[in-house]
Write a new protein. Structure first.
Length: 744
């Protein structure tokens, strides 16, 4: 074992093996010309020496534990002694006897390898060799006995051994004194979890147990590793400056520790240059494991620019990558496409599967979208259910968008069920539509909203989209404010029985009187509410307000409310309606829900279940806008509905279009055959009234009867009408509101 710390065992053995190989090669090259012994001896000894050097080098690389290293040192020292004796005996007849002092090197090398015992053993081996060589010179070759020469050689060997043994003892004593001084302190600090390493001459002289636990190596193994192998980052980046710093000055930095399993541990290090001892440079490394902190910091940095749910880039990283893509575009590939992707009806999925299921769907959508992108493209989750894709050099942006929509529609499994999400895509291009990231994203978003409004799956940006998009966003924000601050109102339009003129019900219609815009038409904000999901909140508000108003009339007409698909898909809708009826003590049959024909036909099984539930709690169902959904009344008979409302387009067109009159007539006849009441809406003149009367229509609604009006005006309208009684067919209804009393 190497006991001198300044001598690295591996380096020593490599140097000795290399010397053997070089010496053997020189021996073969010049030996035959300068020596008087036989050529066979020269060749044999040279080849043996080279082979010995190669074998020793090989065995040295495979030695591992301390025990095998010591065994190797003993073996190779014995082999060196054997070769030295053989050489001495071979050359005893030659004047080269003077080479015998070279055997002194055997004592030094043995001391380096095996300590004082090795030095004494090598001196004894030299004594045997010198005596054997002297005897051979006298007996075999007839040389005179040179006792002083032999005594001098033997004396040098033993003097060298004694001197080296003393040096080694002093070295061990000094090292032990240093260890006795600082190892207890370092061990105590190590108990606090500190990682302690003391290096002397580039080798670890002390290694704390905490370092062994962190790296997976034993303390003995770590002491045999150069500091450069243990603290690779420290040595290459920091240790060299530390060695030249003033004594006692500490340097603080972060570094890496190599682990046995190949992983890397991150440490925070304080390195201090200690006073040298025996010419050895010494350093003290005190480190703290910060791997968890580094991992957490890396995760925070990742989350700062990535979406936590999908792992996709977020807005910040999207902006950076888009700007880089724009800068990297060249004349050969000038086009950069931005695709703004909005998932249609995502709130419905969220309600159906819950928030966890919605998150699962978003993750599946992100994965599916990534499959359609190339290595140079970027996909980011922009917000909520909206994604943005950046296609570098994409000349076929529309084709790529179509492929994206097609892959989405193939289906994604969520909670064991396969859904087929649809999306709307807006496209903007650089440099045609802008040179800045925010501009391109905003214009792609505007194109998406325009496409959604026009019921198109893909929209390409046009300058007109800017006004539309900005206006829609502003209007949507105002609508949210209106809901929060009570700016919405209900207007009620009477529905009368044509046979008696009695007001049997009123239809609730949402009105929005904007503080600055004035009256906002329903056709402007209702579709926006549908897209944003606000229609659900509006629907619940309408239901509560209408039932409250109905209760205030105390025995007056019933009330009807319109429900959208999003309202119908709300979980617990039946319970919410039942609660409102109970709260305001609304009698059975007084509340009617109007559902458009197209919505009923979209999910008929679900509608049957829902309308049956509503009928059980006393709510009537009416099919609104009949004639626009291409369904038959016989099919609608499967649904628990009590009346149909003929679409105003057919009613208004009866006087001038015979085809429309035929549709109305057949609808009335078939509905009566099925036991359904018929309501005609949109009646605006006496001629239309008379025609519907003649056709046997049951109920009527329109400006000819009364315009939509606030609840307090409905009370006055009901109070001022003549008492209801049988009316002659063809007569004008008992009372008609004057035009202009309230804005439609």
């Amino acid at each position: 074992m190497n006991v001198l710390p300044e001598i690295e065992r591996e380096r020593l053995e490599r140097a000795i093996s290399a010397a053997r190989i070089v010496g053997g090669s020189l021996w073969l090259a010049v030996g035959p010309f300068v020596l008087n012994i036989g050529l066979g001896f020269v060749l044999t000894f040279g080849v043996m020496l080279i082979a010995y050097g190669l074998v020793a080098l090989r065995f040295d690389r495979t030695s591992g534990s301390l025990r095998s290293e010591r065994r190797f040192a003993q073996m190779v020292t014995a082999a060196d002694a054997s070769f030295a004796l053989l050489a001495l005996l071979l050359f005893s007849s030659d004047p080269a006897w003077t080479v015998a002092p070279v055997m002194m090197q055997l004592v030094i090398i043995a001391a380096f390898r095996l300590g004082a015992g090795g030095a004494y053993a090598a001196a004894a081996s030299n004594t045997v060799g010198y005596l054997a060589g002297t005897w051979l010179r006298v007996v075999a070759y007839g040389y005179p006995l040179g006792i002083p020469d032999v005594a001098l050689l033997i004396g040098f060997s033993w003097m060298t051994a004694v001197l080296l043994a003393g040096i080694l003892r002093e070295s061990r004593a000094l090292r032990q004194a240093r260890q006795d001084l600082y190892e207890p302190l370092l061990a105590a600090q190590s108990q606090l979890g500190e990682l302690i390493v003391v290096s002397e001459g580039g080798l670890p002289a002390y290694v704390s147990d905490a370092v062994a636990e962190l790296t997976g190596y034993t303390v003995s193994e770590l002491k045999r590793l150069p500091v450069s192998a243990l603290f690779s980052t420290i040595v290459t980046a920091e240790a060299a400056p530390v060695e030249t710093d003033a004594v006692g000055v500490a340097r603080h930095f972060e570094a890496s520790l190599a682990r046995r399993d190949g992983a890397t541990a991150h440490v925070e290090v304080s390195a201090t240059h200690l006073p040298p001892t025996g010419g050895l440079q010494r350093s003290l490394f005190i480190a703290r494991d910060i791997t968890e902190r580094k991992v957490a910091q890396a995760e925070l940095e990742r989350l700062a620019i990535h979406d936590g749910l999908t792992g996709l880039p977020n807005k910040a990283l999207l902006r950076d990558r888009l700007e880089r893509t724009i800068l990297a575009s060249t004349d050969e590939s000038p086009m950069v496409a931005v695709l703004y992707i909005n998932i249609d009806r995502f709130k419905d999925y969220n309600d159906a599967f819950g928030h966890a299921g919605g998150d699962e769907l978003l993750a599946g959508i992100a994965s599916r979208l990534l499959e359609t992108l190339g290595p140079g493209d970027t996909l980011a989750r922009y917000e909520g259910d909206e994604f943005v894709a950046v296609l570098g050099g994409a000349e076929q942006a529309a084709d790529r968008a179509e492929e994206l929509l097609r892959r989405l529609a193939e289906g994604i499994v969520v909670r064991g069920r396969t859904v087929h999400p649809q999306a709307t895509v807006g496209i903007s291009l650089a440099p045609q539509h802008g040179h800045e990231a925010e501009t391109l994203v905003r214009r792609a978003e505007a194109a998406m909203y325009t496409a959604k409004r026009m019921s198109m799956p893909i929209g390409h940006y046009a300058p007109a989209d800017d006004n539309n998009g900005g206006e829609r966003i502003a209007l949507l924000n105002d609508l949210r404010h209106a809901l929060e601050h009570g700016e919405l109102r209900l207007a009620y339009q009477p529905i009368i029985a044509m046979s008696t003129g009695e007001c049997v019900s009123v239809e609730s219609l949402v009105r929005w009187q904007h503080p600055t815009r004035g009256a906002v038409p329903p056709m402007d904000f209702i579709p926006l509410a549908e897209e944003s999901g606000l229609i659900r909140q509006i629907g619940l508000w309408v239901l509560g307000e209408a039932t409250r108003t109905c209760a205030s009339w105390r025995g007056g007409p019933g009330v009807s409310v319109n429900l959208s698909m999003r309202n119908l898909q709300m979980p617990g809708l039946g319970a919410a309606i039942a609660s409102a009826l109970e709260m305001w003590r609304i009698p059975r049959g007084a509340l009617t829900v109007e559902i458009t024909e197209s919505l009923l036909m979209r999910e008929p099984d679900r509608m049957i279940e829902l309308l049956t539930e509503l009928e059980e709690i006393g709510v009537r169902a009416s099919v609104d806008d009949y004639g626009t959904g291409y369904s038959s009344l016989a099919y609608l008979k499967r649904l628990p509905v009590r009346e149909v409302k003929i679409d105003r387009a057919f009613v208004a067109d009866m006087a001038t279009n015979a085809h429309s009159e035929t549709i109305v007539r057949s609808t009335i006849d078939l509905a009566h055959d099925l036991g359904l009441l018929v309501v005609a809406e949109g009646i605006e003149d006496q001629a239309t009234w008379d025609t519907l009367w003649a056709l046997g229509c049951d109920r009527a609604q329109g400006y000819f009867i009364a315009r939509p009006m606030p609840a307090e005006e409905v009370r006055a309208w009901l109070r001022d009408r003549p008492s209801a009684g049988p009316a002659d067919r063809g007569a004008r209804p008992h009372a008609v509101a004057q035009p202009g009393r309230i804005s439609a």
